[in-house]
Design a protein around this ligand. Structure first.
Ligand SMILES: Nc1ncnc2c1ncn2[C@@H]1O[C@H](COP(=O)(O)OP(=O)(O)OP(=O)(O)O)[C@@H](O)[C@H]1O
Length: 410
């Protein structure tokens, strides 16, 4: 009897052990299964994302195919806006059409003169194109009232007097010229090496007369907007009249006004057309004095004499490299807001920087400041200026030698 009960107890013990092992196995399998489920869910998410990405790609490729399949659009100009969503357009191929336009288009942009694109088959307006004036806008710099005043220009006292007389006075007091019965000067040519303050002078006049400053760089005009030069010149003068009082500043005018060469490539002809338009604009200009024209060049010797005739650019102001006194004044202007150690001797810096232009002197000041910043000093010392002079003037000399000899140094 006792043996039987012992047997039973042992069996129970074995069964308990077996249950424990099974439980442990079960927990392990469950853990494994859960881990597998999580991994599968992750994979599913990845696949779903990939599917979404591929769907998007298919859609964009379909759009691309559609674009390739669609016929080219016809360019037209709106000539009249009618009622009930209709407009009259003149297509670039010639004929006029009365057509409808998509309700998604901004009606306000559909004014006479607007350029539009038409569907070739239905002739309805598909989109309004950017105005043709766009290259004009990007081809020039327009500043309502530049913040440069005469006190920010050093060493050019005589030039300031001259520019006041020739550009500022006609803008400020046109009646003076009327009373006396003479035409105010139309165009003033500033000539001299690069970086001597020609742009500054023109900006300062605009500032003084509350005029809009319109700057174009002639070389960019003919390079960037091939075939557009003449039209752009016309546009610039129109804008100047619209915004009067204004100053048109034509930088690097030699690029469109060099003496006529015998060779006649298409590029030359383009430059010629641009110059002709400029001359025509100047000739057609009434001497009202509310638009001043200032041009700048560092090659006055190559200019076409037609440009320099009376009634065109007939006043010349030389803007030379500053002398020692001029350099001192320019250095004072550019160090005005700098934190300088007492040992900084501006006289000595100007003495050492012979031959430097205004732009070089500004670069010397900036460079001196950079030397201080590099050494984490809040104050600029004389040594910084000496290093800066070495660097900037040294670079200039290297450049000169390189130009003369064609050999690269350093
Ligand atoms: N006389 C000056 N007085 C003060 N700063 C000057 C002077 N000349 C030049 N600078 C400095 O150099 C910078 C370049 O000068 P600016 O553009 O007026 O020269 P520029 O003669 O028109 O040159 P470029 O012929 O290269 O167009 C100016 O912004 C100014 O900081």
């Amino acid at each position: 009897m006792e043996k039987t009960s012992q047997n039973i107890l042992k069996k129970i013990e074995d069964l308990k052990k077996e249950i424990k092992i099974l439980k442990e196995d079960n927990a392990k399998t469950k853990r494994n299964l859960m881990w597998k489920v999580r991994k599968l869910e992750k994979d599913k998410l990845l696949v779903e994302n990939e599917k979404m990405r591929l769907d998007r790609e298919v859609k964009s490729l379909r759009g691309e195919i559609e674009r390739f399949r669609s016929p080219p659009l016809v360019i037209a100009t709106v000539t009249e806006v009618l009622d009930e969503g209709k407009v009259v357009v003149k297509s670039s191929t010639g004929p006029h059409f009365v057509i409808g336009y998509s309700r998604f288009l901004d009606e306000k942009s559909l004014e006479p003169g607007a350029r539009v694109a038409l569907n070739q088959q239905t002739f309805s307006i598909v989109s309004v194109l950017p105005s043709e004036k766009d290259p004009l806008v990007t081809g020039m710099e327009v500043e309502e009232k530049p913040d440069v005043s005469y006190v920010q220009i050093g060493g050019l006292e005589e030039q300031i007097v001259e520019i006041k007389e020739t550009v500022e006075l006609p803008l400020k007091k046109p009646e003076l010229f009327k009373e006396i019965g003479i035409e105010p000067p139309k165009g003033v040519l500033l000539y001299g090496p690069p970086g001597t303050g020609k742009t500054l002078l023109a900006k300062a006049v605009a500032h003084e007369t509350n005029a809009t400053f319109i700057k174009i760089v002639a070389s960019e005009f003919v390079k960037k907007y091939i075939g557009e030069g003449a039209r752009l010149v016309r546009g610039v003068f129109e804008l100047a009249k619209e915004k009067a009082p204004s100053i048109i500043f034509i930088d690097e005018i030699d690029a469109i006004a060099a003496k006529r060469l015998k060779s006649s490539t298409s590029g030359d002809r383009e430059v010629q057309r641009t110059l002709m338009q400029l001359l025509a604009e100047m000739d057609g200009f009434e001497g009202r004095g509310d638009v001043g024209i200032v041009a700048a060049t560092n090659r006055p010797d190559i200019l076409d004499p037609a440009l320099l005739r009376p009634g065109r650019f007939d006043r010349f102001i030389e803007v030379p490299i500053p002398n020692e006194d001029g350099r001192r004044q320019i250095l004072k202007i550019h160090t005005k807001n700098m934190n300088l150690e007492e040992d900084v001797d501006i006289d000595l810096v100007s003495n050492l920087s012979e031959g430097a232009s205004g732009a070089d002197l500004k670069a010397i000041c900036t460079e001196a400041g950079m030397f201080a910043i590099r050494e984490e000093r809040p104050i600029v010392v004389m040594n910084d200026f000496l290093d800066a002079v070495d660097k900037i003037i040294g670079m200039e000399r290297d450049e000169e030698i390189r130009k003369e000899t064609g050999v690269m140094y350093g």
